[in-house]
Design a protein around this ligand. Structure first.
Ligand code: SF4
Length: 403
């Protein structure tokens, strides 16, 4: 076997821009402790009533948005199906990563009826690389309901569909149906907490701003107002070093800096050590469809949470019933999900025997997050795996070892 390298991939990359121009001049009316950095945030800012200060937002944001909005494929029109697909794809996913996938999705499934009727494999292939595959399954469940009953037009009705929460319901209702329905995500919380110097607990801000924004929606251009807040958070009021010199809210902003919202400590991710066996027979490779749990509906390789070392592999395979085999390349790889990290070691195993007929030896267990036993493995050509099956990024790197 060759010396192993380790690579890392991530599901659901960060959505926010990081290359920001810095304008850190603090406003003169800030308390000195706040001007000096993020220490003692709670005491540095005075919590203020939000509603009074928010009424001016449409007048300041709409002209700015008209001139500065990015040209994005989902902004070509406000058809509810297009708005809905884009909002679901953009959850936890970067705009740049979504653009091409969005266009491919709409070309393959141009309306709610096509989405309702397509096969799971087609849907997962179209979603490949976007992560959080349950979003795609919820989209199809919702599409089947919409195909029967029509597209709901209010946030309250939209929230009854699978996969649609407060934020997405507000985005669709305001952008597609011009309702006064706020859509408050992390970007909007960041903008408003800074404008208002609002030190309320971050966990309560979303709900609070959702209620406080509704009365200040303008009579027209409500969808644009929703998008102007999102756009400001994504392009100007950045998480670190906001571009205050370019901000249409600079004159009313009480913080002009990145001390708020207060940073929360991220919970530690669960670590799973695993061995991934890449069986290769002739020109084909063995994959199984994951039928439960994490990455359900996608295709992966044989995966065991027993972190088998190289010197244990022969014994494992012999006890499973494999008689003639040899080892090819191997590689270490870490894949980071939102709540768990997989530390994997992959081994290529060449054999001409029927791998799906093997039996798991006593004392070994397969992935308890959704994969199945040897019997679920099927032989595919590499070409088919690459072009037709949805192989998520957690496993896609393995294909390089097999080519
Ligand atoms: S709202 Fe504008 S002025 Fe205030 S911190 Fe954000 S970018 Fe700066």
């Amino acid at each position: 076997m060759q010396a192993m390298k380790q690579k890392t991939t991530k599901t659901a990359p960060e959505t926010l821009l990081s290359s920001a121009r810095t304008d850190k001049t603090p406003p003169e009316d800030l308390p000195s402790s706040a001007q000096n950095g993020s220490g003692a945030i709670q005491s540095a800012f005075r919590a203020v009533p939000a509603k009074k200060d928010l009424t001016i937002l449409p007048a300041l944001l709409l002209p700015w948005y008209g001139k500065n909005r990015r040209v994005l494929p989902w902004r070509e029109n406000t058809d509810p199906y297009r708005v809905w697909i884009s909002e679901i794809m953009l959850q936890q996913t970067r705009v740049e990563a979504v653009k091409e996938k969005y266009l491919q999705f709409l070309t393959a499934l141009p309306n709610v009826f096509a989405l309702a009727d397509c096969s799971e494999d087609t849907l997962m292939k179209l979603w490949e690389g976007l992560g959080y595959y349950s979003r795609a399954r919820n989209l199809q469940k919702a599409a089947r309901m919409i195909a029967q009953n029509g597209f709901p037009e209010t946030a309250e009705e939209l929230k009854k569909l699978p996969g649609i929460g407060d934020y997405t319901a507000g985005a669709i209702a305001s952008i597609a149906f011009e309702q006064a329905a706020p859509a408050v995500d992390g970007n909007v919380v960041r903008v408003l907490s800074r404008v208002l110097a609002d030190t309320r607990d971050a966990a309560t801000l979303k709900t609070a701003f959702q209620q406080e924004l509704a009365p200040v929606y303008p009579p027209k251009k409500r969808g644009d107002f929703t998008q102007s807040l999102m756009e400001l958070g994504a392009t100007v009021c950045l998480p670190s070093s906001p571009l205050c010199g370019r901000c249409p809210l600079q004159k009313i902003c009480k913080t002009r800096g990145d001390a708020l919202p207060a940073k929360r400590e991220k919970p530690q991710k669960r670590q799973i050590k695993a061995a991934v066996l890449l069986f290769r027979s002739g020109g084909g490779i063995w994959l199984c469809k994951r039928i439960n749990g994490l990455l359900k509906g996608t295709y992966g390789f044989f995966f065991t949470q027993n972190p088998l070392q190289k010197d244990q592999l022969s014994d494992f395979l012999s006890r499973a019933g494999l008689q003639n085999f040899s080892f090819g390349k191997s590689e270490k790889h870490r894949h980071v999900f939102s709540h768990v990290e997989w530390d994997m070691t992959a081994y290529v195993v060449d054999t001409e025997e029927n791998v799906s007929a093997l039996s798991l030896p006593d004392g070994y267990f397969v992935d308890n997050e959704g994969a199945t036993d040897f019997s679920a493995l099927r032989l595919f050509s590499v070409q088919e795996a690459v072009s037709s099956l949805s192989v998520p990024s957690a496993f896609r790197w393995c294909l390089d070892l097999l080519l």
